[in-house]
Design a protein around this ligand. Sequence first.
Ligand code: CA
Length: 364
Amino acid sequence: MKKLILIIVSVAVLSTVIFLTAIYPPKFKEQPLVIAHRGASGYLPEHTLEAKALAFGMGADYIEQDVVMSKDGHLVVLHDLTLDATTDVASKFPDRQRTDGKFYVIDFTLAELKQLNAHERTTLDTNNNRIAVYPNRFPIEKQHFSIHTFAEEIELIQGLNASMKKTVGIYPEIKAPWFHLNEGKDISLAVLQTLKAFGYSTKSSRVYLQSFDANELQRVKYQLLPQLSMDIKLVQLIAETSWQETYEMKHNELVHYSYDWMFEETAMTKIAKYADGIGPWKSMLIQQDKNNGKLSVSDMVKKAHNEGLEVHPYTFRADPERIASFATSYEDMVKIYVETLAIDGLFTDFPDKTKQALKALSEK
Ligand code: CA
C-alpha cells in the first residue's frame, strides 16, 4: 500500500513538473556564453590588460587571447603577426621592418616588445596617414598601454577570479601556426605547456582553445594533447577560402588552405571527430537577400548541434556601421541570432551590451 501511495505521489509530482514546464518553457537551457573578443575591445585598445580587466568587470564568461610568439620564444597576446597597426614600433625601431615593409612580432625579443606603446587599432588612409579603424572608440593618440605575455594575462584573470569569487574562463587562439612552424617555432606546443602550467588540462577546465588551422588543430588533438596528458576543449574557427586566412605546406611549398570542405554536407561530422565546437563568421549563418530583404538561415548550426558541437560565432560589434542590415539595433541583432539559431556563445567587442541583451531575452 505504502508503495502504491508513493507511486501515485511520484506520478502526481512528475505530471505537475511536466505540466509547468509545458506552460513555462525555459527560454534557454543555458544562456549563451559571452566571449570578450580581444577583451572589452569596444572600449579600450584590444589585447591590453586594461581591456581584459574591463571585460572581466563587465561580466564576460570567457576572455579571448590571440597568441603569437616573440623572437626569444615568449608567447605574447597580440592579434596580428605584425606590430604596425596597434603599436608605435615604426618610431621606436625604424630600421627593423622586413622587405615587405612590415614589422613582425617574431623579429623582436620580449624585452623589445615591452618598450613599445600599444594603442587602438589603426589603418592607413589614402595619404598614408594612420587613422582609427573604429573612429568612435578609444582615441588612438592615447597610447600609454603595453604588450603583455600570455602568462601575465592568465595571472590577471586567475587573480581576479580569486579576488572576485568568479570562474571566468580563457579562450586562446593559436595565431597562424603554419607561419610560426615555418619560422622554426612550435607555438601550439608552447601554448599547451602554458595552459597545463596554469591548471587548464581537462575538458572541464575553463578554457576553449581555438584555431583557424584545421591541420594544426588535429595535430593538437591527436599528437600534442596525448603527449602532454591533456584533453581540453578545441574550437575550429571557420573562414571563407577567399580571405586567405591560413596556409599549409604542400610539396615543400606554402599554399593557401581551402575552407570549402567546411561548407559541405559532412563537414560537421568531420570536425566533430577532433573538435568540441566551431567558430563560424556570423554572416555565414544568417544572410539577407539584397532584393527582397528576406533572411536565409544556414543549417550549419543545426548540423553542428546534431554532432554535439558547440557554436560560437564571431564577431558581434555595436559600432553603428557594424549592425547587420536586418537588425534595428545591437540588442536586436543579438536577439535574432540567439532566437533564430540557438547559438551557444558569441564573440563580442562589447561584453556589457551583450550581457544586457541576453538578460532582456531571458526575462521575456
Ligand atoms: Ca581571435
